[in-house]
Design a protein around this ligand. Structure first.
Ligand SMILES: [Mg+2]
Length: 189
């Protein structure tokens, strides 16, 4: 690795990109699902901690139940985190990087995630669905782009990680943050 704190050298080859809340702004629809079922009026901005049951009156089981429902039945409504997200992934590819989409999830949602990625023309050299508890940091990549502090925290040199800003990771101390995938693209030389 060379370069300053905000850039990565050309020696970096594989960028691992998370799906939930990095490519797909799924918690917008999750919040809508919560509101419909609970007659509530929350927004994604209210989810200020990763552990949702500590900010909303909901059990961990229901958090996952709503999440799976949103992916299985409302996947078409899930917006990308920015317009033209597929074009951004192609630009990263054209810069010479391999793109590895790495997503940890429950198996029943996998087919719908694949459909979503196709619908938004997301470029990928490989697509990895993790079902078990092996940390993402153990997978082969040079740079990880993820919104989850628990995935980012295990990433050690020579690997690097870019934290994707979301309301639930504001308090996490991490030097490299972006608010969009195109902003991450600018940091990849
Ligand atoms: Mg995520």
């Amino acid at each position: 690795m060379s370069g300053d704190n905000n850039t990565f050298s050309r020696a970096v080859k594989t960028v691992a990109i998370d799906v939930d809340s990095v490519l797909a702004d799924v918690m917008l629809v999750w919040a809508d699902e919560y509101n419909m079922r609970r007659n509530a009026k929350i927004t994604k901005q209210d989810i200020i901690r990763w552990d949702i049951p500590t900010v909303l009156p909901i059990t961990p089981e229901d958090v996952y139940k709503y999440f799976s429902h949103v992916w299985k039945s409302r996947w078409r409504e899930i917006p990308p985190t920015e317009p033209g997200i597929g074009a951004v992934t192609k630009r990263i590819h054209r810069k010479g990087y391999r793109i590895s989409i790495i997503t940890k999830r429950e198996r029943p949602t996998v087919a719908y995630v694949a459909k979503w990625l196709d619908m938004h023309k997301v470029f990928a050299d490989d697509l990895l669905f993790i079902y078990d508890a092996v940390p993402k940091a153990n997978y082969p990549f040079d740079v990880l782009i993820d919104d989850a502090p628990k995935n980012i925290i295990d990433v050690v040199k020579p690997k690097s990680a870019i934290l994707f800003n979301q309301p639930w990771n504001r308090d996490f101390d991490w030097p490299i943050r972006v608010s969009s995938l195109s902003e991450a693209e600018e940091k990849l030389l």
